[in-house]
Design a protein. Structure first.
Length: 390
């Protein structure tokens, strides 16, 4: 009797997707009845923003690469629809799987809906209630056409129920990003690379900025970086710069940044600028930081798991569990308030060893979310009975 397998076509496009898809691909490959296939749309395409993550997360090379590249939201979404729409009828997947909330996520979701292919959304139900954020539109549209919705926190499940999603479609499974983080911590906590090149544990701040609302206005970006410079008078600030932010800083000019080559030790205050960080490097810095300042969604989750104080430089968050359970504070976008909140955290200080010992993560953030998701996928596919002989 022939072995029957299910083709699961997973679609990624940007760096945050890779940390979420890696443990799922690893888990799916454990089963003979699953044939995981990976499509990279190329929304993030260079080595620093994509390739190094494949290496460090031990992801297989994509089965298909669409090569979309950078561009407007409209362009990227349209190209995913066109290029993936041409590919999917050739592959004939039994199920499509998308993660997160980038343009590639929504584009792939629409292709699945048009082709009548079952769709699973990992990290479903997150809502900021801010429709000016492109990611919020991507989340809402993707969830609306998904057949299986996997949530990272109970508030996300409640959001979906409130929007009229049938309860049987929703599964609270935990956070696959934490699955990747747990594995990364095993590596970085056994390495002495950070102690050789970075500042001492607890003696620095990590900064990320990339959202258009924070970096696209020259006046706003300058005011924000001036505030960071005030914080950096007392403590080094490590600032791996996103490419879109790098371009905007160049337009502003005369921002007081120090260049760090990643090798020499940081021994003094100031803002230390460096290129986009690899996954393991960034996890190392977060794990030992006194404070993280960010406008990213995923970093709010990672710092919550780590127990690292985080200030979210935004007016809202789609991840409320990071506030109610973790160490995250949403401080708005007033540079003066950012200075006040950051200095308050730094004055309090933190005991890193005690934090690691005693901090408890949110429910089901245990490193096993991918296992729960794949179990549900297999049950769903077996009930449909759509597998093909191999």
């Amino acid at each position: 009797m022939n072995q029957r397998t299910y083709r699961i076509l997973s679609v990624v496009g940007a760096r945050p997707n890779l940390m979420k898809i890696a443990p799922l691909i690893t888990e799916m490959r454990r089963f003979d009845d699953l044939c995981p296939m990976l499509v990279h749309t190329g929304q993030h395409y260079d080595y620093a923003m994509s390739g190094v993550f494949f290496d460090q997360l031990r992801l297989p090379e994509p089965d298909y690469t669409l090569g979309i590249g950078s561009g407007t939201h409209h362009y990227q979404t349209a190209e995913v629809l066109r290029r993936l729409g041409e590919l999917v009828p050739q592959v004939e997947p039994d199920l499509m799987l998308v993660v997160g909330d980038v343009n590639s996520t929504m584009g792939a979701a629409l292709v699945a809906a048009k082709e009548r292919i079952p769709l699973a959304h990992v990290e479903a139900g997150l809502r900021s209630s801010d429709r000016t954020m492109p990611e919020e539109i991507n989340r809402v549209v993707t969830d609306a056409v998904s057949d299986l919705l996997f949530t990272t926190e109970e508030a996300a499940s409640a959001n979906l129920l409130r929007e009229g999603v049938a309860a049987e479609k929703i599964s609270f499974v935990g956070n696959v990003m934490i699955d990747s983080l747990v594995e990364a911590l095993r590596v970085v906590r056994s390495s002495d690379a950070v102690t050789q090149t970075g500042p001492p544990p607890g003696g620095y701040v990590v900064l990320t900025l990339h959202r258009p609302s924070n970096v696209d206005s020259p006046e706003r970006l300058r005011a924000t970086l001036d505030a960071i410079a005030e914080i950096a008078r007392d403590v080094p600030v490590i600032f791996p710069v996103h490419p879109r932010t790098e371009a905007k800083i160049a337009e502003v000019g005369s921002i007081p940044l120090k260049a760090w080559d990643g090798c020499s030790a940081i021994s003094q205050s100031g803002i230390w600028k460096l290129p986009p960080a690899s996954y393991l490097d960034f996890v190392s810095w977060m794990d030992r930081a006194a404070l993280v300042i960010t406008d990213s969604g995923g970093i709010q989750e990672e710092t919550t798991y780590l127990g690292v104080p985080c200030l979210t430089f935004r007016d809202s968050t789609e991840r409320p569990v990071t506030v109610t359970h973790g160490t995250n504070r949403v401080v708005g976008t007033d540079p003066v308030r950012l200075i006040q909140e950051a200095k308050a955290v730094l004055r309090r200080g933190t005991d890193l060893s005690r934090r690691v010992r005693e901090h408890q993560p949110p429910p089901l953030w245990d490193g096993h979310a991918s296992r729960r998701i794949v179990d549900i996928l297999r049950s769903f596919l077996n009930e449909r009975g759509s597998a093909r002989p191999t």
